[in-house]
Ligand binder design. Structure first.
Ligand code: PMP
Length: 456
């Protein structure tokens, strides 16, 4: 008799095509059927528990099956499952939009208030919405010559064609390049790329100077600049100084182009503030949110913008200015209720304060790794920490990607019951906020063991 796990794996591999996976790898790499989850723990059909150190692709904010979200979902299911949001509305969509508007980033001296919420149903779709809204805004006000976007090197915004166009991670982009829009790529303020003797602030200033140069040449044809505030996540958890954000906001204003902040991965307390934009004291023209929005239970995304944008679309139907973008599950009531429950927890509990203590504990645990001969950088922003594996510490030369050393760390993690899913040579931690100091210790210990094995 095959074990229940083996049977599930065989059935899976016969029919399911997995995301972000070379399916051939599963000839040797274990596929893990998960039966249930609670808090930071995933429970396999094999009876083993796995610490979800990456919050299931950064979605699971508070921990799996948070009882408050579960209760809200059950209650919602008893009343309204779904209704299309065109021509109809419902309390969860209204309540959530009001709450998002209430907590949206504000800045002293900036009249922009993010008071309009457009829903979509995943991160990439939110980015598509923001790109289209920006382009369409300029067209509606008679500036149809603005057709391009500025994106940062090393940035990631999703994998639908528009979002992939403004993504600069070759692994995902290269193959599809012939199908994509051609954005203008500006140098990232990534502090890991600092020249010797440069500080993170210097690095940010250098990137801003380059951005100014590009805007001087291209602003007339540019709709918006898109940025992942503070941490370029999928590009390798590359971090930058908050002064880049304030400088970028000022440049976008000087050259009259929109600023799109993609906080899909970093929103809702991940970086130490509720939104990363707050650390640069900026209000973007478009704020993209998803992932942690529903606490990792259901797909949902939202794009917030201000009244000036909304007003450019508001006209008699015959003017042809409406934003006709639509997804079937826009503003799904269940997803909105899950998001409301998540935001209630963030409002009522001292989550940011608790995260500060947890982040300090994590910092203490990873600090000694800076001396490791094959760790070229130890970096952290709030509840995101990353270790950069290098072949040569003094030159920071990376290990060739083909050696797949990160994959060895992943395998070891699974053996020891910790889900680490490195991004190439970058081993990172992005755990749910309910993790305990002891679980942080375990997560780091297993990562260090995995790194030692990967170096052999
Ligand atoms: N933007 C950022 C910053 C992201 O990290 C991601 C997902 N990793 C996306 C967009 C795309 O979101 P989704 O996977 O839900 O399409």
């Amino acid at each position: 008799m095959p074990s229940p796990t083996a049977e599930l794996v065989a059935r899976d591999l016969a029919v399911v095509w997995h995301p972000c996976t070379q399916m051939h790898d599963h000839q040797t790499l274990p596929m893990l059927p998960i039966a249930s989850a609670q808090g930071v723990w995933l429970h396999g059909h094999d009876g083993k528990a796995y610490l979800d150190a990456v919050s299931s692709w950064w979605t699971c904010l508070l921990g799996h099956r948070d009882p408050r979200i579960v209760a809200a979902l059950k209650d919602q299911l008893d009343t309204l499952d779904h209704v299309m949001l065109a021509g109809f509305t419902h309390e969860p969509a209204i309540d959530l939009a009001e709450e998002l508007v209430r907590i949206a980033p504000r800045a002293v001296g900036d009249a922009r208030e993010l008071r309009r919420v457009f829903y979509a149903d995943n991160g990439s779709s939110a980015v598509e919405v923001a790109l289209k809204l920006s382009f369409h805004y300029w067209r509606n006000i008679g500036r149809g010559e603005r057709t391009r976007f500025i994106a940062l090197t090393g940035g990631y915004h999703g994998e639908t064609l528009g979002a992939l166009s403004v993504t600069d991670v070759p692994l995902y982009r290269q193959t599809y390049a012939p199908l994509l829009l051609e954005p203008i790529f500006a140098p990232s303020p990534d502090a890991y790329a600092c020249a010797p003797g440069e500080t993170a602030i210097d690095c940010a200033q250098r990137a801003l100077a380059a951005m100014r140069g590009l805007l001087e040449r291209h602003a007339h044809e540019v709709c918006a600049v898109i940025v992942e505030p503070l941490v370029q996540c999928a590009g390798g958890m590359r971090m930058h100084h908050p002064s880049y954000l304030s400088g970028l906001r000022a440049l976008c204003d000087d050259f009259d182009v929109h600023l799109i902040a993609d906080e899909i991965a970093v929103g809702f307390g991940r970086t130490g503030s509720l939104f990363a934009c707050e650390q640069g004291a900026i209000v973007p023209d478009f704020l993209c949110l998803s992932k942690g929005l529903t606490g990792g239970t259901l797909p949902l995304s939202a794009v917030l913008t201000h009244e000036q944008v909304y007003a450019a679309f508001y006209a008699e139907y015959s003017a042809g200015k409406a934003f006709l973008h639509s997804h079937s599950y826009t503003g799904n009531p269940l997803a909105c209720r899950a998001a409301l429950a998540t935001l209630t927890v963030l409002r009522e509990e001292p989550i940011l304060e608790r995260n500060r203590a947890l982040a300090a504990h994590l910092a203490k645990r990873i600090a000694p790794l800076a001396a490791h001969p094959h760790i070229g950088d130890v970096r952290q922003t709030g509840m995101i920490a990353a270790l950069e594996l290098v072949a040569n510490k003094s030159t920071r030369a990376p290990f060739p990607g083909s050696e797949r050393r990160g994959l060895r760390v992943y395998r070891h993690g699974l053996e020891r019951g910790v889900v680490l899913r490195p991004l190439g040579n970058v081993i990172y931690f992005m755990p749910p906020y309910c993790i305990t100091p002891e679980e942080i210790d375990l997560m780091v210990e297993v990562a260090v063991e995995g790194i030692e094995l990967a170096l052999r």
